[in-house]
Design a binder for this molecule. Sequence first.
Ligand code: NAD
Length: 420
Amino acid sequence: MSYDKVDVPEDGEAITLADEETGELNVPSNPIIPIIHGDGIGTDVGPAAQKVLDAAAEATGRSIAWMRVYAGESAREKYDENLPEDTVSAIRSHRVAIKGPLTTPVGAGFRSLNVALRQTLDMYANVRPTYHLEGVPSPVKNPEAMDMITFRENTEDVYAGVEWEAGTDEVEKVRRFLEDDMEVADVIHDGPVGIGVKPISEFGSKRLIREAIDYAVANDRDTVTLVHKGNIMKFTEGAFRDWGYEVAEEEYGDDVITEDELWDEHDGEQPEGTVVVNDRIADNMLQQLLTRTDEYEVIATMNLNGDYMSDAAGAQIGGLGIAPGANFGHGRCLAEPVHGSAPKYAGEDKVNPTAMILSGREMLDYLGWDDAADLVRDAVEETIASGQVTYDLHRQIDGGEKLATSEFAEAVVDKIDELA
Ligand code: NAD
């Protein structure tokens, strides 16, 4: 395939799909990997993560042929468009990629490029691990109690972008349809109103919940928790919960049991090697994250709940500078940190690149490069534990050495060389 709007590397081989059904990949030892540095602090954390991932690849006898692709500000500067088709097709055909944050204007302006990328590529699972690294300051007493992974549905919910602006002919048409045809009376106040739609499908819910349960089964996790607000939104969030239990009951045989079965049939004693599927109401779950942290291992939830919850969980293990993520679907992975573009720190070589580096770790894991992935985690953890940290962590610890973004990346690279 030829591209006009990406920087094609001189060497490297393409990753290909080995098995359509399982999404298994053929990964060469020098894969071509597209990277979007991102807007704002993406210009700082993108190159920093690239350096660390290069070092981990090299230390394990491999190399990464980076293919620089553009979206957001960098794409507007170079090509006068927000998201060139070449960027999307490079990620689609190379299967594994990493991106920094992209700015989304609030209210007016273009729609989120992050959402557009996830939807166009149908990367339906946004996966956010939250685990504590030794030495990272936290606002809670026992941050190590958190070792959780959130599977957030990525393609529907109120994020689907089905909404109409107050004052437009379209919104008035929707209002009339709701009031006249659907007899939704006395709910929508008179005067200007914005209306949005919240689609939650059986298909979208079940494929996400399957990913979460598959992960729990493969990684010996004890529980999967369906998080929803089904007491209020019965036909959307309530349906998500019901479809979740259907998947658990119908597709996994004895490997997976529901919380009801745990009590009714096993007196609360979880049989060895099983996964228990339970559910929690979203507001209660946000409390439980703080009060019963270690009871939760794998979360499956919808788009908006997942966004709120993983940010809150991220705060418990050290904040947005630390929290990694990745999007998955159809044998593809697009790694990206949880944080945004933090425009006020852009280009200052100041912020913490750990979230982007650990997102890269998720990507290495997906390539099957477990040794390189472990090396990245260990090197980041030891660097932070030694007191070498960026400003966000430095202001919360006694002593330590405050490093710039690029210096922190260098310190992690040195640690990788030492550990390898
Ligand atoms: P943000 O995550 O960019 O920043 C919020 C605050 O968190 C910052 O001011 C900073 O204090 C802290 N922070 C974030 N990343 C940090 C890091 N690496 N190191 C240290 N501190 C860090 O959130 P925001 O200000 O709400 O959003 C800014 C822009 O980013 C918006 O346009 C938003 O739409 C976008 N955004 C993009 C993504 C994405 O690309 N996936 C995710 C969230 C927000």
